[in-house]
Design a protein around this ligand. Sequence first.
Ligand code: ZN
Length: 183
Amino acid sequence: MAVQTVIRMGHPTLRLIAKPYPVDDIGSSAFLRLIQNMRETLHAQGGIGLAAPQIDVSTQVAVIEIENTSTRYGELDQIPFSVFVNPVISVADGKIAGYWEGCLSIPGLMGYVERYQHVQIDYLDEAGTAQSVEYQGFIATVIQHELDHLQGKLYVDRMKDPTQFAFDEEYQAYHVDESKEIS
Ligand code: ZN
């Protein structure tokens, strides 16, 4: 098991709709290896979420972990390492908010994206158990970003204003306080 290469925007795998993960394979050595590789890669990159297509595995698995609550996105609540297999998202209410997002597959850049702020995710966990969870606020944005990767979408697809696209340093210098509630 090892840190994997994170593929970058332009790699065709990032644009595929990922295949559902075979439920019977949850818990197999191949599954455990995939999860461990994703975890090690996430840690090595210092990210808060990773989807399997980002390590060139086109299957519906994503992970999230917020360990260090002081991030480039500001102060966040801690979230234990969580595995989402074959997740299905639904909107719990129509409230949206905008945040600047980054992506390990689009290194060095940040973009402002508006998303729903209260979503429900139905998924299988790493034990193959059906789970349902609701997320509100920034973590709702994070999970939508990761689940977009399973549909071949990147955050740049959801940007409405190309002037709200910046390199990390310029984001920190000029835009860091701009995340805001929209409605
Ligand atoms: Zn991403």
